[in-house]
Write a protein that binds this ligand. Structure first.
Ligand SMILES: Nc1ncnc2c1ncn2[C@@H]1O[C@H](COP(=O)(O)OP(=O)(O)OP(=O)(O)O)[C@@H](O)[C@H]1O
Length: 214
């Protein structure tokens, strides 16, 4: 069974705009990290939004656990997103009024996880990502690179089947970039999680199990 795949995929932002993805068919390998590469403007970020069920393809289909997703009602898609997908998006800025730890556990509220269990997992993830000491701080009090690692913890908190990440190492120095990739790829292997990372970073590409070039 496949966790995440696309078939004959095309997407247009408007009726008259150029179609992206050229009828792409691809199965993302479960338990593996796939780097999504390609020249600027080819549609890497857009593909993450399509895979994340935030944009609907203009042709073809996205499958999660072999189930087609495009024609499902919005409420079902929201539930699938909350339960099965984790996002690390560049523009997913953290809520400035919440502490880091509250930002990380927020997705567990929608999934109905016990707060104590959520807190313990959040603390463990933050520690693995090297931001534990700052968990009671607010986003304005941490650096861009720390915020990026908090976003990774937030994406992993519900143990999703799929992680979709847009340049997750963009603000990080090589040591921290390696740490983020370690946690993403370790989790991919042990949890059979499918990880898709849109990136230009040669280091990320070299660490990925597979590469999909758009
Ligand atoms: N909201 C939008 N409305 C209309 N066109 C858009 C929108 N977002 C992106 N595009 C266009 O869609 C194409 C793909 O953009 P996208 O950001 O997915 O590319 P990318 O490969 O991720 O680029 P980069 O590597 O520069 O981040 C581009 O031509 C872009 O201008």
């Amino acid at each position: 069974m496949s966790i995440l795949s696309v078939r004959d995929l095309g997407f247009k932002y408007t009726k008259d705009s150029e179609e992206l993805f050229d009828g792409l068919s691809f199965q993302f390998a479960p338990g593996k990290v796939t780097a999504l590469t390609g020249p600027s403007g080819r549609g890497k970020s857009t593909l993450l939004y399509v895979l994340g069920l935030m944009l609907t393809p203009s042709r073809g289909e996205v499958f999660l656990h072999d189930q087609p997703q495009s024609s499902t009602p919005d409420a079902v898609r929201s539930k699938v997103r909350a339960d099965q997908l984790g996002f690390v998006f560049q523009d997913s800025s953290l809520d400035p009024s919440r502490t880091i730890i509250d930002s990380v556990i927020e997705p567990t509220l929608y999934a109905g996880v016990d707060r104590k269990i959520a807190m313990a997992r959040a603390e463990q993830l933050l520690e693995e990502l090297g931001v534990a000491a700052r968990s009671d701080h607010k986003p304005g009090q941490i650096s861009g690179g720390q915020a990026q690692r908090v976003a990774v913890a937030r994406a992993l908190i519900n143990n999703p089947a799929v992680i979709l990440a847009d340049e997750p190492t963009g603000n990080l120095d090589p040591t921290n970039a390696a740490g983020v990739l370690d946690i993403l790829s370790k989790d991919a292997g042990t949890q059979q999680r499918t990880v898709v990372i849109a990136t230009h970073d040669p280091y990320v590409i070299s660490r990925a199990d597979e590469v999909l070039a758009l």
